[in-house]
Design a protein around this ligand. Structure first.
Ligand SMILES: C[S@@+](CC[C@H](N)C(=O)[O-])C[C@H]1O[C@@H](n2cnc3c(N)ncnc32)[C@H](O)[C@@H]1O
Ligand SMILES: [Zn+2]
Length: 1014
């Protein structure tokens, strides 16, 4: 079985990581701007992985990088590379014609896209209709139709814009020169009965660049009679741009030339169910929904009432949403009288010569919104099928927060005007689709005219869903950003917000139809040019589906693939544990895509384009699939117990996920040629997520790990600078068929330690640090273990035991041994605290502060058997001090307690902080001994030091021996900017018989930290 380059330790994953990092910034692939999607893989990483799977093991790394397009022009002072152009834009010089590639979790298609560029025969599949449609848009249509698409998408997008502009209703709804309306909710105060807006953030602009502030503006409430009016404070206008440059902003306090201004405080704190009335200043808190009575003090209330209480704001919004568009048919509690919440427009934004002009909204503006509400009412009364009334998955409260406020159907995520416009566009695009088909009949045969119309309509539909993302009541106005309209989607789902944006669809600003259309056109342009080399001309007939198959299929079964069909490589990126609930979130897109791409008959949606995505064939009928969550959620390979029902526990969710992941691996393995490679990207670093992966790939599917490495889209420099291991990292695991036999765990352990030690040394010689070093070393243990089908202690042990008791410890011991070898010393670090300390110091070498996040902590703790509570009690680790004013709870992190300077006073402080009294030391562990000995070395003369040391040795012989061994290793391996290098060097020097000799050796070593000593 011929080994491939990706299985070699020389595979240049760090250079590939650097090139991938470019795709996180301005070098992003343009087609990603078409629409938001989660966890898209950098194209250049996909290219490197594919090519690495197909080239022989002894490929020259430098040639490899050049041939896939990674050419570093120069390096910046901090070591970061500069590329001529983003590497994904460079045409690869390699081709692998005829090789078959499968990506069963393909979605936005980074892996298949690069596969096509390299000449492979590609099958891309996704479970979800939304993913399937994106695969068509990213891969199939550009391959099939090439440049012609660009022209027609532009032309028909403009046709839609023109129709929208001519629509008399739309014209009435927006003022011509307004780009964005900023609105919020307004609530009826339960104390004074007046309406008060709820404003989460009064800032309108707080934009800064290197030279200081560029734009400062905010809103202020002004009470006029019974109304809260909005006044604009625009400091640029008041004081001039120049003065603003020197402004100081601390929270809500703004100081310019000694003059102080105050931005108003937010009057809504949803988490605490607290709002403040801007008229009477009283707190708006909780309501008893049964009686309609409002309470600010609930302490002495009887239990039954207490249990019924609900946040007033939440209660009001729920009522509003229940009635939205159906006002007449919803009963209102008598005591409340009317729905106590309504939408309020606050400010309108105009754009003049690139500058933003803010004006307060007027009664007429408000009226426009109300007119739209009347239109929505009509649509609902006539059962218009273009209002997306599908249910939002009710169990998704953890990541679709608006559900908590009664937003339980998708249309409720939009205010009436946003909704009306989106519906109008839906109808127009549907109409365009028909016209395109008719027009193309003059050029193409019937089938092709239809699919071409399908292609163009799909792109227009994508522009529409992107626009919806910028135009909902959860699309935030972001004062500090240059692009101020934020999407509703964030990485974690959809949050509930108070200041939303309502964009004029025909303006040129971000989130408008024109803008979203332009992003789509730019995306197609890039995609077409990407395929240019591969396909030369775009003669549709010749290349039609020649190299590409896009499937709507489930990776756990792959029934559409053909029973006998086998592929040469599978490269894929399954969902990561509990990271993104794709099914439920992307219903946001699904409900619109379905409408635009289907036809309407008799007030129902009926199949038109891609019916397989939106309808189910039952007997001879097409039945509409209402939402993705109702059909697909139980098949999505991710951890989400809520899908299993109200009573499901985490462990049920884990079991369900594991079953699906196992099936996916078993199915993939069955589709793979015997000597083929399977490569998985995995971005979750939780040790449990790892076990799940190993359980599926090794235990269930019988594969062995042949290599693993991290692809970090963060540079090694920033790892050191921030002193954190876990950042944006995907772990690539390379799998093969062919594990055999069984082994005793103890024997395996020895084998793994040896393999890990060897691999860690190789990696250190290559200059690997941080997670690169840990994962690279872990790979050697994994490869060793999975060579066998079974590991035994008495009987067969399970994956969890194997990983926790053998694989992690062997890896960390291997790392420690490699460090000792690097320092040219016998390995004599054994105790958990010493091993932990040494590993953290050397793996995060050079970082000023060494911060470990919970997943890394667990890894290190399992790997070194150091209990974290013990480590905190021993004050080897400490919790981070709370940042003042930080509202959002940060992920739990712990910092290593270590010397921050080689000054005597600082070491004394360190001892005090760690609870060690140098006059009368009581030692609890090796690290106590180490820090104390370092203190002695910096405090006393050589003779005194030796004397002190002997005293200590009498009471704590083992701690002292190990501490001295640690000092010897650290003196050699720590980088010169670590103060503990000098400290431990002094210790070593005082121990040595001939003074001076070692010090000079160490200084030399410091310059060449990577070199093998001796
Ligand atoms: C991490 S994403 C893939 C991203 C992709 N590699 C890219 O670069 O754009 C995982 C995808 O797996 C899909 N998926 C989840 N369960 C699936 C299943 N059972 N079969 C096929 N696809 C599935 C999700 O819809 C999601 O699009
Ligand atoms: Zn009031």
């Amino acid at each position: 079985m011929e080994r491939r380059f990706i299985e070699s330790v020389r595979f240049p994953f760090r250079e590939v990581s650097e090139a991938s990092a470019v795709e996180k910034g301005p070098g992003r692939p343009p087609h990603w701007e078409m629409v938001f999607w989660w966890t898209r893989k950098p194209l250049i990483s996909a290219r490197a992985v594919i090519a690495g799977c197909l080239l022989p093991e002894d490929t020259n790394p430098a040639n490899f990088l050049r041939s896939i397009g990674i050419v570093v022009k120069k390096r910046r002072a901090d070591g970061r590379p500069v590329f001529e152009k983003s590497p994904h834009r460079v045409k690869p010089m390699l081709r692998f014609d005829g090789i078959r590639l499968l990506d069963p979790f393909a979605c936005f298609g980074s892996i298949p896209l690069e596969g096509l560029r390299l000449g492979l025969k590609v099958t891309a599949c996704d479970l979800l209709p939304v993913g399937y449609i994106f695969l068509k848009a990213v891969l199939e249509y550009p391959v099939k139709y090439g440049r012609q698409l660009i022209k027609d998408v532009k032309k028909w997008g403009e046709w839609v814009a023109q129709r929208l502009k001519e629509d008399p209703l739309i014209r009435e709804l927006y003022e011509d020169d307004v780009a964005v309306y900023i609105g919020s909710w307004e609530i009826k105060c339960p104390h004074c009965g007046r309406w008060t807006p709820l404003v989460g953030n009064w800032w309108l602009a707080r934009v800064k660049d290197r030279e200081g502030y560029k734009r400062l503006a905010w809103m202020e409430p002004r009470i006029v009679g019974n109304k809260v009016e909005i006044r604009i404070r625009d400091l640029n206008k008041e004081l001039g741009d120049k003065a603003i440059r020197k402004a100081k902003v601390e929270g809500l306090k703004v100081t310019v030339n000694g003059k102080e201004f105050r931005v108003p405080e937010s009057n809504i704190e949803a988490r605490r169910e607290l709002a403040t009335c801007l008229h009477c200043n009283q707190s708006i808190m909780q309501i008893d929904p049964e009686t309609g009575k409002h309470y600010t003090n609930t302490k002495n209330l009887p239990e039954p009432i207490k249990n019924r209480l609900e946040g007033y704001v939440k209660f009001a919004l729920k009522l509003y949403n229940k009635a939205y568009g159906l006002e007449e048919s919803i009963p209102i509690p008598a005591r409340i009288g009317e729905i106590p919440v309504r939408l309020r427009l606050l400010v309108k934004v105009k754009v003049q010569d690139g500058n933003l002009i803010f004006e307060s909204c007027s009664e007429e503006d408000q009226e426009k919104l109300e007119n739209a509400r009347q239109e929505i009412k009509k649509l609902l009364q006539t059962n218009d099928p273009d209002v997306p009334r599908e249910r939002i998955s009710p169990y998704s409260v953890r990541y679709l927060f608006p559900i908590l406020y009664g937003i339980n159907e998708w249309y409720k995520l939009f205010n009436p005007r946003q909704l009306f416009t989106l519906i109008k566009l839906t109808k127009l695009i549907r109409d365009a689709g028909k016209r395109i088909e008719k027009e193309k009949l003059e050029e193409f045969d019937e089938g092709n005219a239809f699919t071409f119309a399908e292609a163009v309509t799909v792109y227009l539909a994508i522009a529409l869903i992107s626009m919806a993302d910028f135009n909902s009541i959860t699309s935030r106005w972001a004062p500090h950003a240059w692009t101020k309209v934020n999407r509703a989607f964030t990485h974690r789902g959809i949050a509930m917000i108070w200041n939303w944006c309502d964009v004029s669809p025909l303006h040129k600003y971000i989130g408008t139809w024109n803008n979203c259309l332009q992003n789509v056109v730019d995306g197609i342009e890039y995609l077409v040019s990407a395929f240019c080399n591969t396909f030369g001309s775009y003669d549709g007939k010749k290349n039609l589906n020649r190299n590409l198959k896009v499937l709507l299929d489930d990776a756990t079964t792959l029934i559409k693939l053909g029973f006998e069909e086998k592929v040469d490589v599978i490269i894929t990126d399954p969902p990561y544990y509990d990271d993104v609930p794709y099914t439920e979130l992307s219903d946001f897109y699904y409900v619109w895509l379905k409408r635009v791409l289907s036809d309407v008959y008799d007030n129902r949606l009926i199949p038109r384009f891609l019916p397989e995505a939106f309808f189910e064939k039952i007997n001879d009928d097409w039945v509409e699939v209402l939402t993705q969550w109702e059909k697909y959620s139980l098949n999505e390979v991710s951890l989400n117990p809520a899908r299993l029902g109200l009573n499901a526990k985490l462990k049920d969710g884990i079991m369900h996920f594991q079953n699906l992941l196992n099936s996916a691996f078993i199915t993939m393995t069955s589709k793979l040629q015997n000597d083929g490679l399977l490569v998985t990207y995995y971005a979750h670093t939780d040790p449990d997520a790892w076990k799940a992966l190993l359980e599926a790939g090794w235990a269930a599917a019988g594969l062995q790990v042949s290599n693993a490495f991290p692809l970090t889209t963060e540079s090694a420099q920033s790892v050191v600078k921030q002193g954190k291991l876990s950042m944006d990292t995907s772990i690539i695991v390379v799998w093969r068929k062919g594990g055999q036999g069984s082994i005793e765990a103890s024997q395996l352990y020895e084998e793994m330690v040896n393999a890990a030690t060897g691999r860690a040394r190789e990696l250190m010689n290559m200059g690997a640090v941080g997670r690169d070093l840990v994962i690279g070393t872990l790979a050697a243990s994994l490869a060793t273990a999975t060579k066998y089908r079974e590991v035994r202690v008495m009987g067969k042990i399970n994956t969890k035991t194997l990983v926790d008791k053998y694989i992690y410890p062997a890896t960390y011991l291997g790392l420690a041994r490699a460090l000792a070898k690097k320092a040219d010393l016998r390995n004599n670090i054994k105790s958990p605290d010493a091993m932990f300390y040494l590993l953290v110091k050397s793996i995060l070498a050079g970082a000023k502060k060494k911060v470990l996040e919970s997943t890394d902590l667990r890894l290190f703790s399992i790997g070194t058997s150091l209990d974290l509570n013990t480590a905190i009690k021993l004050r080897i680790l400490k919790a981070k001090e709370k940042e003042p004013g930080a509202k959002v709870a940060k992920a739990k992190t712990l910092t290593l307690v270590e010397p921050t300077s080689a000054e005597r006073s600082k070491i004394a402080e360190l001892l005090e902080a760690r609870g060690i009294n140098p006059a009368n030391p009581k030692l609890r562990c090796t690290i106590d001994a180490l820090h104390l000995i370092e203190y002695f070395a910096i405090t006393y003369s050589r003779e005194q030091f030796r004397h002190k040391l002997e005293e200590l040795r009498v009471n704590y012989p083992a701690y002292v021996e190990e501490a001295l061994a640690l000092a010897r290793i650290m003196a050699r391996i720590l980088p010169s900017n670590d103060p503990e290098k000098g400290l431990s060097a002094r210790v070593v020097e005082y121990l040595a018989p001939a003074p001076g000799r070692l010090t000079s050796f160490i200084e030399e070593e410091g310059e060449n930290g990577d070199r093998e000593p001796g």
